[in-house]
Design a protein around this ligand. Sequence first.
Ligand code: SAM
Ligand code: SF4
Ligand code: SF4
Length: 336
Amino acid sequence: MKQVKDQFNRPLRDIRISLTDQCNFRCSYCMPAEIFGPDYPFLPKEHYLSFSEIIRVVQAVTELGVEKVRLTGGEPLLRKDLPELIHDLYTKTMIKDIALTTNGVLLPKYAKELKDAGLQRVNISMDALDDDIFKRMNGRSVSVKTVLKGIEAAKSAGLDIKINMVVKKGVNDEQILPMAAYFKNEGIPLRFIEFMDVGSTNGWQLSSVVSKQEIVERIDRQFPVKPVDKAYYGEVADRYIYADGSGEFGVISSVTESFCSTCTRARVSADGKLYTCLFATKGHDLKPVLRSSALVEEVKEYIASIWQRRTDRYSDERTEETAKKRPKIEMSYIGG
Ligand code: SAM
Ligand code: SF4
Ligand code: SF4
């Protein structure tokens, strides 16, 4: 198998595919309701890549060394016939690891079907245990109980689960400890994510970020923890285990401790643009090559040529200025 490396010698190892830019939530840090209203120009559905095009992209990247695919959005469970896509990924590509990131609301309906189709892992986003805080953050007054039912459904279906919690200072940082305690007890790994300046609509300021160091210190004071080594090259979260042996949590510290030097991830938007960085301004349209040739080989060469030219290291270079001035794609469009 050909391995493809970029200008800083970083191999392409995993890919995230957004299935829609629409969502049934309006999280303040991702799709603020005042901007993503009824008039927001979401992608027309006819611009989405078809399932067979997605399969060809995945076939191409597996030949370049990719072993993991994560389906995301917007809210990926809003994409019609998702179990069918997962079944095709499982049966028609060499991908070894199929994962999904979701807000969890539709999991009671789909978890078993998704697992039966070949889904292995699910990251469920939940930012608070306190109902008022959670309802405010998700912008649609969805209760904690609704997401807990989604988590329960994923568990019953036999999916591996992680929880994602974006931490915003003064909004939900008081929930760090209750969330840690709850999921420690449940035996489910929690991933804290530093609030990031993705896009240009979420009003990001450095002063709203709770640093990895502060998150770990707060937990360590209550439940002593120990750091553990990365499980593999390019792992994004720094992981910690509880000293009492009751499991682990992780922190994704894109803002305060960037990890661009080991970034192995490509992203594809629902309308088929390939992005080599979460904070990119422009993508590379895959549709012309997907629509002009049925050959996986040509898609593979095109993606390889883009990856080989890649020089991204936005988080290494981030300042308050870049965060405000550089035009960047929105998180709901590219999928995190
Ligand atoms: N709708 C799904 C969900 O929320 O899980 C999938 C898409 S969402 C864009 C993917 C992940 O990005 C979620 O875990 C979400 O919390 C995270 N996210 C969104 N905006 C973010 C931001 N500004 N900073 C850090 N993480 C963010
Ligand atoms: Fe929707 Fe996920 Fe963005 Fe929240 S984080 S608005 S659930 S896409
Ligand atoms: Fe990778 Fe870009 Fe994030 Fe750096 S900022 S880790 S290059 S996605």
